[in-house]
Design a protein around this ligand. Structure first.
Ligand code: TXA
Ligand code: MG
Length: 315
């Protein structure tokens, strides 16, 4: 199949809508990363997401909808959800809530869990596409399983061309790391650090969120240890480089091949992270050393992704 590149305009959205309606796959930009979308009500369409990405097991997917009202058709709503939605939607936050019995979603979306991960993205192209489609769109990041997430249409083409019907080219993603996933269980629980800092959530709730360790089975079930992996080996917290290494810098460091943010700005670093990893990946397999990144704000999401990029690959 030839993958069509669609422009973010009326005819592009109309084409994308008809591909989705017919059970096809359309990649589209969100403010975090490019997603690989399918109609979340069609089993075959959702199954094709796993096929195209080569996702080894049926990990649950995030459902994307255009507005808060639409989320209530799929999940059992709570007061805490209300507060978080008012503060942060549309935006880079995914909420995990109990699935409604009458959701009509394919069980593949939730991997048969009684909960659903759902979000309202802010990116104008995602918003336009979701409004045009007027239905739930299941969308993981649009990269082959285990590889670096895409923040530009070209990254999607490089990884999935010929395996998906279309990609809407909406330029670069502003945030650059995936959404923060918060489980609204007995206590609000951080399942994945992401584009919305934990500190912002705690400020909105007026209290702490619980964090889960990697070993805990309640952690986002699809969180593989090795993920976002470039071909080259990755070494973290490098204060100096070893002969033959390339340095992915942060802050004012000498000899960086690429720098996430010379100014030491975490927002800029998040936006550059996957793009720089793609660029280093395309440019040989000399090992990559990465400067230390502070474990605060967006730094938590950046370090989470880097730890996975550096993890052993033997899975
Ligand atoms: O920013 C994002 O969230 C991007 C864009 C495209 O929206 N999407 C994304 O999807 O990162 P994906 O599939 O790469 O990551 C989804 C994560 C997985 O780790 C999965 O295990 C977790 O969400 N997840 C999905 N449903 C869940 C559920 N019911 N309970 C707990 N975790 C869930
Ligand atoms: Mg992903």
């Amino acid at each position: 199949m030839d993958t069509e590149i669609l422009s973010p305009d009326g005819s592009g959205y109309a084409r994308a809508e008809s591909v989705l309606r017919d059970g096809g796959l359309v990649s589209f930009p969100t403010e975090t990363v490019y997603g690989l979308g399918a109609d979340a009500r069609q089993d075959r369409a959702v199954a094709r997401i796993f096929e195209a990405k080569n996702r080894p097991t049926f990990n649950p997917l995030i459902v994307h909808v255009a507005d808060v009202a639409a989320t209530k058709r799929y999940v059992k709503w709570t007061d805490m959800a209300d507060r978080l939605a008012a503060a942060f939607w549309p935006g880079p936050l995914t909420l995990v809530l109990p699935l409604r019995d009458d959701s009509g979603l394919s069980p593949l979306v939730t991997a048969n869990l009684p909960t659903l991960a759902i979000r309202v993205p802010e990116h104008p192209v995602a918003q336009a596409l979701l409004s045009e489609f007027d239905g739930p769109v299941a969308a993981p990041s649009a990269n082959p399983s285990g590889k670096i997430s895409p923040t530009r249409a070209q990254h999607v083409i490089n990884g999935l061309s010929g395996r998906i019907e279309a990609v809407v080219d909406g330029g670069e993603c502003g945030v650059g790391v995936e959404s923060t996933i918060l489980g609204l269980f007995d206590e609000p629980t951080l399942l994945r650090p992401g584009g919305l800092p934990q500190e912002a959530i705690e400020a909105a709730l007026g209290g702490p969120v619980v964090t889960r360790s990697e070993a805990d089975p309640l952690t986002a079930p699809g969180q593989m240890l090795s993920h976002y992996a470039p071909g080259a080996a990755v070494r973290l917290n490098a204060v100096e480089i070893v002969e033959g290494e390339r340095l992915l810098g942060f802050g004012k460091v000498e000899g960086a091949t690429l720098n996430l943010s010379v100014a030491g700005d975490l927002t800029e670093a998040a936006a550059n992270l996957f793009h720089h990893l793609h660029a280093l990946d395309a440019d040989g397999d000399a090992p990559i050393a990465v400067s230390p990144i502070p474990e605060t704000g967006l730094g938590r999401a950046i370090n989470d992704r880097l730890r996975r990029a550096a993890a052993p690959r033997d899975v």
